[in-house]
Ligand binder design. Structure first.
Ligand code: F55
Length: 801
């Protein structure tokens, strides 16, 4: 069907008729998308079956990656690329007068994640399959992913996302592999052979139905599985109020919580977590038991990874099944569980750390709560033995304390490995945030610096740059991204610089056209495309970027002789619907855009653009067009960042703080090829300890700061003067928790350097190419190999012969 373009065309036309019941002429783009999608899925299925059979027969150790989010992005284009059939399809369709990219645009962008954490999980799946590693994802099939963002009069409005509206060609429903999940009820104890046994009775049962999606490796025959669970009512159990039972059950997988840093503590969220965990662990045990019987050996054949603490109940759930269902003793079960589970931490922000009130937890999950209590008691006894009399330490480290279940503590105690996501983040975990746990379990702690899939963020997103790199250094880097370093041998060739400049310009033009279409703003292709795209959060400091633009505006207005390198400031960000401050910043960006873009003189040199509904598919058009990447979080707050790596790989230069993976990027490319500024993590942590920062002093002593902060409340934006008062308050009254004013001067200085540097065109593009050449280190293939070797102890599985 995909062996050459003629057989493809023939097959496509036949299938279009049989699937849609329409002739070619009447068919819509969506019909064509569905037809092509189905053909591709069918093409995948033999490899998928073969992979599963191979894993079964080789009895290889498997890893299961449990995550409450998988931010996949569109799949058609990536699957065509990975299956090496994109050219045939594209050319075949072209002869039928159909554009492949138009068909691709028809696919909904599954947004089953908020941001970095969910997208990391998606890049990891891609790398696992490509490296032929037996690794699978387990997640939730949310009916509604992250909300669609509309901007109305400068304000964010949220609409329900509807990725399943037209069906999902990639999924296969597997009702036979459904499992039962129990909520509420109570635990009954009885004695059996002299020992106590426990039974969860009077529970409300919910069915977890798996939908499997293929994860296609790049140019290999491996196709792994992403299993997404859907909550459905059980048909056979009698219910007093069948309608509310149905409603409550379906609510479990109805929507994704739109918070990326704030733990809201809602019972539905707890239900989602246990639903994911219980369904996944039951499914893992069921496939283990198809091949083997001795669950005491589980950890030799299975690794279970928990992506942040959201699936941390994997620990007590595995204990429950091993003890209550499989009959292992506590000690046997604990040995197996703590050897099987490993955990990644993604944040040190206090408000993101999950703590569940016992009064919510215990009634919903009585047996799980009981097991956590037992884990806690045994852990505290160990602590007592090591630190006799040190009540303070024990209270601080306990899993249950002050009426709360601390999920991070549960994850640490129940795992064999705990990792941070960049060197600095892992060090902060060891030396500060989790210091006492590090002292108790030093061997468990390690670092795995994040990575991104160059297949999505370079090969798929930027085919123009991909072609240039292939022409320059060949194709080896496609399989082995560290080989991108070979580009360094070609830097002296002016032709490479020129060709890269042409690629960048082409991609800026494509983005400029989109901006013209969506925002009605005409941007200058010779201007610096200065981009900040990421979730909106105070610690990510979009406000610092805004204040810099206000400063430039003021300079340009006050001094007719002031000249700068023209810039287009591009923003993209969703704010959590309940995050008041973040929504105000979105409004502020729009008010600023209005002011800047409408000013006849200022708008000749600067423009401000807010791109609505930032998501994976939009991001694929933004990274390739960027000249400058804004990575300006308050040092110590961004665990790693991954957008920084996507920009780097597409040849943008970073303006960044010494935070997260920015530091490792700098170490790799050298200080000359990145623009760093601001406080270091140590400076910030010291300030936080000694409380000596006074934002007011910076306001009083720096006229530039005074001017921009005053403009937030003095009617400068010519609207309600109170509109941005809360932002001004955050900076002055609340003493500027994220050190925006403290870093302002240093940011202005570095931005001036950026403007000057851009004027030396050759030097700029050479720096960009150096960034690209070192970006292989930040491939998720590197990250996943490290997880595989150090944590999971899994090895590749190849087709024989
Ligand atoms: C989602 C839900 C909750 Cl309850 C809490 C956090 C999140 C979430 O999305 N976190 C997140 O994206 N964290 C980010 O993880 C990235 C991948 O490791 C890091 O690069 C980034 O620094 C971190 O903020």
């Amino acid at each position: 069907m995909f062996s050459n373009k003629d057989s493809f065309k023939e097959c496509f036309l036949k299938r279009l008729e049989s699937m849609c019941g329409k002739g070619f002429e009447e068919s819509t783009t969506r019909d064509k998308y569905h037809t092509l999608g189905n053909m591709v899925r069918e093409y995948i299925s033999s490899k998928w079956i073969e992979t599963n059979e191979r894993y079964r027969s080789e009895s290889q150790k498997q890893v299961y990656y449990l995550s409450i989010e998988f931010l996949l992005g569109r799949l058609l284009g990536q699957n065509l690329l990975n299956l090496q059939i994109k050219d045939i399809v594209e050319e075949g369709l072209k002869e039928l007068n159909i554009s492949l990219s138009e068909i691709e645009e028809c696919e909904s962008d599954p947004a089953l994640g908020n941001g970095g954490l969910g997208r990391l999980a998606a890049c990891f799946l891609d790398s696992l399959a490509t490296l032929n590693l037996p690794g699978h994802g387990y997640g939730i099939r949310y009916k509604h992913g992250l909300f669609d963002q509309k901007i109305v009069d400068g304000y964010q409005v949220e609409l329900p996302e509807q990725w399943l509206r037209h069906g999902n060609v990639w999924e296969v429903r597997k009702p036979d592999e459904s499992v039962e999940i129990s909520f509420w009820g109570r635990v009954e104890a009885s004695t059996h052979n002299g020992g106590l046994t426990f039974k969860h009775v009077d529970a409300q049962k919910v069915l977890a139905v798996p939908y499997d999606m293929p994860v296609v490796g790049f140019e290999v025959s491996t196709v792994n599985t992403l299993r997404l669970w859907n909550a459905e009512p059980e048909t056979f159990s009698p219910h007093q109020d069948i309608l509310s039972y149905k409603r409550e059950t379906e609510a479990i997988t109805d929507f994704l919580y739109p918070d990326d840093t704030y733990d809201e503590g809602k019972i539905l969220r707890l239900k989602q977590q246990y639903f994911l965990v219980s369904a996944s662990i039951q499914s893992i045990i069921a496939s283990f038991k198809k091949e083997r019987s001795n669950l005491r050996e589980l950890h030799q054949h299975v690794a279970i990874h928990i992506n942040d603490t959201h699936p941390a109940m994997a620990v007590p759930e595995l204990m429950r099944i091993l003890i209550d269902v499989e009959g292992l003793s506590w000690d046997e079960a604990w040995e197996v569980t703590s050897q099987t589970v490993s955990y990644t931490n993604h944040t040190i922000l206090a408000e993101a750390l999950e703590k569940w009130p016992i009064h919510l937890f215990k009634p919903l999950l009585p047996r799980i709560y009981m097991i956590i209590e037992e884990i806690n008691e045994r852990f505290c006894a160990e602590l007592w033995a090591k630190y006799p009399g040190d009540w303070h330490r024990i209270e601080h480290m306990a899993i249950i304390a002050h009426g709360l279940v601390k999920m991070a503590h549960l994850a640490i105690v129940g795992s064999s490995s705990i990792n941070g996501v960049a060197k600095i983040h892992s060090n902060i975990l060891k030396n500060r945030e989790m210091k006492s746990f590090y002292e108790f379990y030093p061997w468990k702690f390690n670092n795995k610096t994040n990575g991104i899939s160059h297949r999505r963020w370079l090969l798929k997103a930027n085919p123009e740059l991909t072609a240039l790199i292939k022409n320059t250094i060949g194709e080896e880097w496609v399989r082995s991204p560290e080989k991108l370093i070979d580009l360094k041998n070609h830097l002296h060739q002016s032709s490479l610089i020129e060709q890269f400049a042409a690629v960048k310009r082409k991609r800026k033009e494509i983005l400029a056209n989109k901006i013209a279409e969506k925002n009605g703003i005409i941007v200058d292709l010779d201007s610096i495309f200065d981009v900040q795209v990421k979730r909106l959060h105070a610690y990510k400091r979009q406000l610092l970027n805004v204040l810099h633009i206000m400063y430039l505006y003021n300079r340009l207005k006050e001094d007719v002789n002031y000249t700068i390198q023209p810039r287009t400031f591009i923003f993209g960000a969703k704010a959590s619907p309940t995050y008041y401050y973040a929504k105000k910043i979105i409004k502020l960006i729009h008010s600023l855009a209005e002011k800047v873009n409408k000013d006849p003189r200022v708008s000749k040199v600067i423009k401000v653009v807010f791109m609505e509904n930032y998501r994976v598919s939009l991001a694929e058009g933004i990274f390739p067009a960027a000249d400058v990447s804004e990575q300006i979080s308050t040092a110590s707050k961004e665990a790693s960042g991954t957008g920084n790596m996507k920009f780097m790989m597409n040849g943008a230069l970073t303006v960044g703080t010494l935070d997260g993976a920015n530091i490792e990027m700098m170490e790799e490319i050298g200080k000359e090829n990145i623009f760093t500024f601001g406080l270091t993590a140590n400076d910030v942590l010291k300030y936080e300890e000694n409380g000596r920062y006074r934002s007011m002093e910076y306001y009083h002593h720096d006229q530039r700061i005074r001017q921009v902060v005053d403009q937030l409340t003095n009617g400068f934006f010519s609207e309600d003067e109170g509109e941005f008062e809360s932002i001004a308050d955050s900076l002055l009254v609340q003493n500027d928790q994220y050190f925006v004013l403290r870093d302002f001067a240093s940011y202005i200085d570095v931005q001036e350097k950026v403007g000057l540097a851009y004027q030396d065109r050759n030097d700029w593009y050479e720096k960009a190419l150096i960034n690209i050449s070192h970006s292989g280190l930040f491939s998720s293939d590197r990250t996943i190999s490290q997880y595989a070797d150090d944590i999971w102890k899994i090895s590749p599985s190849y087709v024989k012969g």
